[in-house]
Design a protein around this ligand. Sequence first.
Ligand code: ADP
Length: 296
Amino acid sequence: MLGSFMMDLITRAPRRPVAGETLIGTGFSQHLGGKGLNQAVAAARSGAHVRMIGAVGDDDYGRQFLQRLDDERIDGARVMTTARGTGVGLPLVEPGGENSIVVVPRANLAITPEDVRAAASMLQSSDVVLLQQELPLDAIAEAARIAHDAGVTVMLNPAPVLEGTRGLSGLVDILVPNEPEARSLTNDPSGTAEAVGKALLDEWDLGRVVLTLGPAGALVVDRDGATPVRAHAVDAVDTVGAGDAFCGSLAAGLARGDEFPSAVRYANVAAALSVTRAGGADSVPTYAEVSELMSG
Ligand code: ADP
């Protein structure tokens, strides 16, 4: 896994301030996040042996991330500590739940293709390499190329979509976008989710696309057709990080040798459980919790 670390500093306020205004907020909380950390924790709690490549700053936030990796039994030997500060995410949440977010990636932007090459043997000896896009695209591309050339399954969660993301086509086996991401990555964005999935399969030369559809579940598209997976019914409390829970759990399922349809069913239930709890990485369930729900 190559991924990001962002300390989320969440502010609640009655509304967004206008230019030049100071506004009194109503709440504040701080969570360890970033799509990389969230997905790594999801995979680890699903029983995978996770090894992570990434970068934090030489500061208190960075130390908190390294401690969290230890606590979750994630191998952080390839997580660099850089002179740039740890990445931060600054969401402002309005009373209706509407978000506006500033993300300052800082240390996450320090990762270079050379750093990735230094960890090549780790990527080559993995069952699945899981990637997202809160890092420099050239480093992501290098990880995809190394894994692809070694015959390792490459899974990409193309979030956020970057200019140049399409350059990764041909290196990815499984693409896991949400619906807006899926539409922005095809030449033919206007059709049904199934049509978009099929277009992505061809344009990207993929083995599979898994479109995540929020409360509507997911849609798996491969050469045999499209298979909908209905969402597991839950009372949603906080959908932040649902996609991360889904991607990390799916990668873990595949790494432990599950057939694709059962790995997707597992991820779908894990993601549903995560939306019943607040937080990103904090809200991710364990293998035991997901299994219990699936067998019940
Ligand atoms: P993202 O967080 O990346 O936008 P989605 O919103 O598509 O991703 O959610 C990812 C997955 O989380 C879905 O495919 C589904 O399995 C699960 N999920 C999301 N919202 C709900 C919900 N309200 N109820 C049950 N499952 C949900």
